[in-house]
Design a binder for this molecule. Structure first.
Ligand code: EPS
Length: 401
């Protein structure tokens, strides 16, 4: 990211998650309760979440960057406190352990879970206790990302750019998609326990999650993030690292457990002839698409790594969570003996929550691309630059230039 950058810190059962977000222009109206906390709540939901989500009620505690309801242009810092910290003060203490204390109170983990970062982390960082690894590798970190993403979303919403998500499949249960997506995607799916548009498939997803839970297993799935209102021209084809496809894919792949990303028709485009992939250009369309339109949107809103102004459609595939009560073979890292992997409290399925994290990552990439194209230290400057470009698109016309 060039214009926007963020960093998170914090362990799953430490005091809390910290987020620092830089690059938001001055003058953005921002209130945590109104603009950030609702997304933190949405991230906590979904059928298949574990007991931890009953302990937490995540909200963002703002430390800096906003005065009297508006951003200052300075770094924003936010903390999401972990309520569970109260139960982990001994195990997660920053102080050296009490030699006379009970070693079990430190909640060590010696049996790495296949699929988690436990084993690679133990070897890479030369630790004995996998708790040193899993506390940071935990997907709890995504709460801090969602806080940053919510601010990016607020910035984008000032330009009528809206981001929503929905779940396409969980395990082998696939939702059937309507021909047209609802205008407010989140409003349509947030009440569904699996955040899916197909109610019948949603019921089957709930059943599949319950069955997996009873069997001590876990389930992954696929979610889609859709952004509307984008102007043509964000991102660029000129260099590998300016292409928006790559920037979006990297951002989504950085979410824990994401193993695949598709844009538009994605992998399916590889199976079709070009005539059934590319989107015919039509001589009429919206202001933000330069007065031109498309007969279809199989490109998913990107051509040459640049936004076309059609809805941006990205999908991500999440593998099943790696903590299994149906334990897989592992090795005891104290003596090398064969033993079943450790079981930590965890979720059976977190695909609906991952979709909310996906929205956050897409928002951060798009806010970055928006500021890269239009610049501006203040919202008014950004607005002037944006409006000037849209005016150019409207007036551009055809023929000799
Ligand atoms: C999570 C918090 C964690 C897990 C989950 C995500 O809480 P705890 O470990 O206390 O149950 O529920 O983390 C994982 C699935 C993982 O593999 O690390 C959260 O806030 O999203």
């Amino acid at each position: 990211m060039r214009r926007i950058s963020f960093r998170t810190a914090g362990e799953s059962h430490g005091r809390g998650l910290v987020a620092i977000l830089e690059g938001i222009p001055a003058g953005l109206s921002l209130e945590m309760e109104r603009d950030v906390d609702p997304d933190l709540r949405r991230r906590q939901g979904g059928h298949g979440r574990g007991r931890r989500m009953k302990i937490e009620s995540d909200r963002a505690d703002l430390f800096s960057g906003v005065r009297l309801g508006e951003t200052l242009g300075s770094p924003l810092s936010m903390v999401v406190w972990n309520k569970d910290w109260e139960n982990w003060k001994t195990a997660m203490s920053a102080l050296p352990p009490d030699p006379s204390g009970n070693p079990k109170a430190l909640k060590p983990v010696y049996l790495p879970r296949p699929g988690h970062a436990d084993l690679v982390g133990l070897l890479k960082y030369d630790r004995r206790d996998a708790r040193d690894i899993l506390e940071r590798a935990s997907a709890r970190e995504t709460a801090a990302r969602v806080a940053c993403g919510a601010v990016a979303k607020k910035l984008l919403s000032e330009f009528s750019i809206k981001i929503g998500s929905h779940v396409l499949s969980i395990g082998d249960v696939e939702a059937t998609m309507p021909d047209e997506l609802p205008i407010d995607l989140n409003e349509a799916v947030d009440a569904s326990p699996t955040r899916t548009l197909d109610a019948a498939a949603g019921d089957l997803m709930v059943e599949a999650i319950d069955r997996a839970g009873e069997e001590g297993d876990t389930l992954g799935g696929i979610f889609e993030v859709v952004t509307t209102g984008l102007p043509v021209g964000l991102g660029s084809y000129v260099s590998y690292d300016t292409k928006l496809d790559g920037r979006l894919a990297a951002a989504l792949m950085s979410i824990p457990a994401i193993k695949g990303v598709e844009i538009g028709a994605g992998f399916d485009a590889a199976r079709r002839p070009g005539s059934r992939v590319h989107d015919p250009i039509l001589p009429e369309g919206a202001e933000r698409t330069g007065g031109l339109g498309r007969a279809s949107n199989r490109a998913g809103g990107l051509e040459g790594g640049v936004t076309t102004g059609e809805p941006l459609v990205v999908r991500a595939a999440m593998k099943p969570i790696s903590t299994l009560r149906k334990r897989l073979p592992s090795v005891d890292m104290r003596d090398g003996s064969v033993a079943d992997a450790a079981v930590e409290r965890s979720d059976v399925c977190a695909v609906p929550a991952a979709a909310v994290v996906g929205e956050a990552m897409v928002a951060l990439v798009l806010a970055d691309a928006l500021l890269e194209k239009f610049g501006g230290d203040s919202m008014s400057e950004l607005r002037r630059n944006f409006d000037g470009y849209v005016a150019y698109l409207t007036e551009r016309g055809y023929g000799e230039r």
